[in-house]
Write a protein that binds this ligand. Structure first.
Ligand code: GAP
Length: 445
């Protein structure tokens, strides 16, 4: 399938089936903002849960944090964001479009819009002003007085909330290096050229973890996290042929990083970053120590030394991962001369795990199907559907990636069995109602 077609199909399916809607649509939309619908909210939550499970719950050396979006402006002075968090901005002299200088080739100003982006008339990319630096942080004011003393920023990354709480966590959690602090939350960047649906937006969610190590150990942990993070996507069913690890060249590294690698996915618009794994040394803790005047060193009692830990940071985007899982799951398959659209989500990510249908709306089947659906809801997200031919109901569930459909029919009343139909193979088998939940739990593990 041609790549732009696939992207259009994902955008259209998202709107039609309730994954993602253009934000503020009834007011004509607002550029680059998106709202997650009922299925999208579940999918995104499952992505975050899978990350939290892998990074926090299934380990004993990483703990969670939920820091505030508004922080002291001094945090962003110390981190370097006030000074350095900029992108080069150019204007098209003909159509006045504003673009990121390093995106001009990819996005000529007469950009073909995905929904929500205004298209401009000018198709002649080339007549640009000199680039000037534009700071990406959103500014706001705390309290009723809008003066410079009240100015604050919406955080552009969740990471700094972790660094400024390093001592709090160290003193309250009984962790000591090597250990990590993980956080999921919204971040905001006033991107010059947002685009590609939910890939690059001005409001987005990040899943970040800062792993604190002894200075001499950072390389070992860098290799470890680089590997772990790549595997996370593969274990959740992403096609390894569409994933690659790209090491940054030394001239590409951010000023604080001694090494960095990106996990990239081959989106319909090309290979693009899902996540970065960076070795940040002691840059952030040293900066906060300097700017706050507080001692942020760890005292290693065994070795009788104080040190600022070095940091390895896997930093992923929730929305990008969600988009990649959607693109990767999308299939069109011809079955009996008809095309079925199927989202082959990993069962852990599927927004609805089980759909329950009565074969017909009579003979007590709806009542029995409701009772089965209610029983399964203790374990899974369940969708009940009794409208239309059963084949159509299967297709509707295929399109939103529901791994299993359970159909109640005439035999349910006599033998207490139902039909279980699997999304990918479309195979059907009869299962006793008493064994249904256990069987589905086993298949979804
Ligand atoms: N603390 C390091 C940091 O924030 P980053 O590479 O700027 O690093 C990490 O961001 C991840 O956050 C990216 O790999 C991407 O997945 C996501 N991200 C960054 N900017 C984004 C945007 N404008 N829209 C959606 N996701 C974004």
């Amino acid at each position: 399938m041609p790549a732009p077609d696939l992207m259009d199909k994902i955008v259209s399916l998202s709107k039609r089936r309730g994954f993602v809607y253009p934000s503020s649509e009834i007011y004509g939309g607002i550029g680059s903002c998106w709202d997650y619908g009922p299925l999208g909210a579940e999918l995104k939550r499952n992505v975050k849960n899978a990350w939290w499970q892998a990074m926090v719950h299934r380990r004993d050396d990483v703990v969670g944090l939920d820091s505030s979006i508004l922080q002291s402006p001094r945090v962003w002075e110390a981190s370097g964001h006030v000074q350095n968090f900029t992108d080069p901005l150019v204007d098209c002299k003909d159509c006045k479009a504003r673009l990121r200088a390093d995106h001009v080739d990819k996005l000529p100003c007469g950009n073909k819009a995905y929904p929500g982006r205004a298209a401009s008339k000018c198709r002649d990319a080339g007549n640009f002003t000199e680039a000037r630096q534009f700071n990406l942080m959103f500014k706001t004011f705390m309290g009723p007085v809008e003066d410079s003393a009240a100015q604050a920023y919406l955080r552009p990354e969740t990471a700094q909330g972790i660094f400024i709480n390093f001592m709090n966590v160290l003193n309250s959690s009984r962790q000591k290096p090597p250990f990590g602090i993980a956080q999921i939350g919204k971040s905001f960047r006033n991107e010059i050229t947002p685009g590609n649906f939910i890939f690059r937006t001005r409001e987005f969610e990040q899943m970040e973890m800062e792993f604190f190590t002894a200075p001499e150990d950072w390389q070992r942990w860098y290799t470890y996290w680089r590997d772990q993070r790549f595997q996370w996507y593969v274990e959740l069913g992403m096609d390894p042929a569409k994933l690659r690890m790209r090491d940054h060249a030394s001239d590409e590294l951010a000023h604080y990083a001694s090494a960095c690698a990106d996990v990239e996915y081959e989106f319909p618009f090309g290979w693009s970053e899902l996540e970065g794994i960076a070795a940040r040394g002691d840059f952030d803790l040293a900066q906060h120590e300097k700017h706050s005047g507080k001692d942020l060193k760890f005292f290693d009692e065994a070795a009788k030394r104080h040190y600022l830990p070095y940091v390895i940071e896997p930093a992923a985007g929730v929305d990008r991962a969600t988009l990649a899982f959607m693109v990767d799951a999308y299939r069109e398959e011809v079955v009996d001369g008809e095309t079925r659209v199927v989202m082959r989500f990993h069962p852990r990510l599927a927004p609805t795990k089980v759909a329950v249908f009565p074969l017909v709306k009579k003979e007590g089947m709806p009542e029995r199907a409701h009772a089965i659906a209610d029983g399964l809801r203790k374990h899974f997200t369940v969708f009940y559907d009794e409208s239309g031919a059963v084949g159509r109901r299967y297709r509707r569930q295929d399109e939103v990636g529901t791994p299993f459909c359970v159909t109640v029919d005439g035999e349910t009343a006599t033998a207490n069995t139902v039909t279980v139909r699997e999304r990918d193979s479309m195979q059907q088998s009869r299962v006793h109602v008493d064994q249904l939940a256990a069987l589905l739990l086993e298949k979804m593990a």
